[in-house]
Write a protein that binds this ligand. Structure first.
Ligand code: SF4
Length: 206
C-alpha cells in the first residue's frame, strides 16, 4: 500500500505526466484524473477509463455515467457533489481489464488521492476496483451493497461495494439494487435528500 512519491507531475489529486505503463501510454489519448470536490464525502472508484472517458478526459461519462448520475439524482445527490476516480488513469487497449502490474503502478496515486480527499465513504463501482481496494477476490453480485472496513490512504476507511452501473444496461433487473446501493451511499455520507428524492421512492420513475 505504498503512496505516490509525488513525482511525475502529481499534486496529490492529478497526474500530469506518467509513463509507468507502456501499453497504456500507447493506448491512451490522455490521462484521465478524478473529478469532483477535493474534500468530497463520497469517493467513487471505478476500474479505468473506457473509450468515451479517454476521449473526454473525465471518468464515468457515456452510458455508464448516465446511469450513475440517474442513481445519484434519485438519491438526491448531484454529481458535482461527489468525487469519482479510477484504479488506473489510462485507457487499456481494446478495453481489456487492467493488468495486475498496471493496477499496482497506479496504486500510489489512488492511495494519495484517497488520503487527500479523506471521504466518509468510498464506493467501488464493479468487481475490479472492489478486488483491488480490498486486496481479495470479490463475488460482486453477492457482495454488492455490503460495507467493508479496510486501511486505505493511510487510515481505516469504510468501503461500500457496488456493481458497475453498466450491469444495469445488460440486465434491467440489476437497476433496482444498484439504485438502492447508491441511495445507501448517500445516506451513509449524510447527503441524501429526504424530500421525496430518496432512491426507493423514485425508483419507479426509471
Ligand atoms: S495507468 Fe497510472 S501508472 Fe499507468 S501510465 Fe497511466 S497514470 Fe501512470
Amino acid at each position: 500500500m505504498d503512496t505516490a512519491d509525488g513525482g511525475e507531475g502529481f499534486d496529490g489529486l492529478r497526474v500530469c505526466d506518467c509513463t509507468r505503463c507502456p501499453a497504456l501510454v500507447e493506448s491512451r489519448s490522455q490521462i484521465v484524473n478524478g473529478v469532483g470536490p477535493s474534500d468530497a464525502s463520497l469517493l467513487f472508484v471505478g476500474e479505468g477509463p473506457g473509450a468515451t472517458e479517454d476521449e473526454q478526459g473525465e471518468p464515468f461519462v457515456g452510458r455508464s455515467g448516465d446511469v450513475l448520475e440517474e442513481a445519484l439524482s434519485a438519491a438526491g445527490v448531484s454529481r458535482e457533489a461527489i468525487r469519482i476516480t479510477n484504479c488506473v488513469r489510462c485507457r487499456p487497449p481494446e478495453n481489456r481489464d487492467p493488468k495486475a502490474e498496471e493496477l499496482q503502478n497506479c496504486r500510489g496515486y489512488l492511495e494519495t488521492e484517497i488520503e487527500t480527499v479523506g471521504p466518509d465513504l468510498l464506493v467501488t463501482l464493479g468487481k475490479v476496483p472492489s478486488q483491488h481496494l480490498l486486496d481479495r477476490s470479490v463475488a460482486i453480485t453477492k457482495e454488492a451493497g455490503s460495507i467493508v472496513e479496510t486501511r486505505l490512504g493511510g487510515a481505516p476507511r469504510r468501503v461500500l461495494l457496488s456493481m458497475h452501473p453498466a450491469a444495469t444496461l445488460y440486465d434491467r433487473s440489476q437497476r433496482e439494487p444498484f439504485f438502492e446501493t447508491i441511495a445507501e451511499a448517500a445516506a451513509i455520507a449524510g447527503m441524501a435528500d429526504d424530500d421525496s428524492h430518496n432512491g426507493q421512492s423514485r425508483l419507479g420513475e426509471f
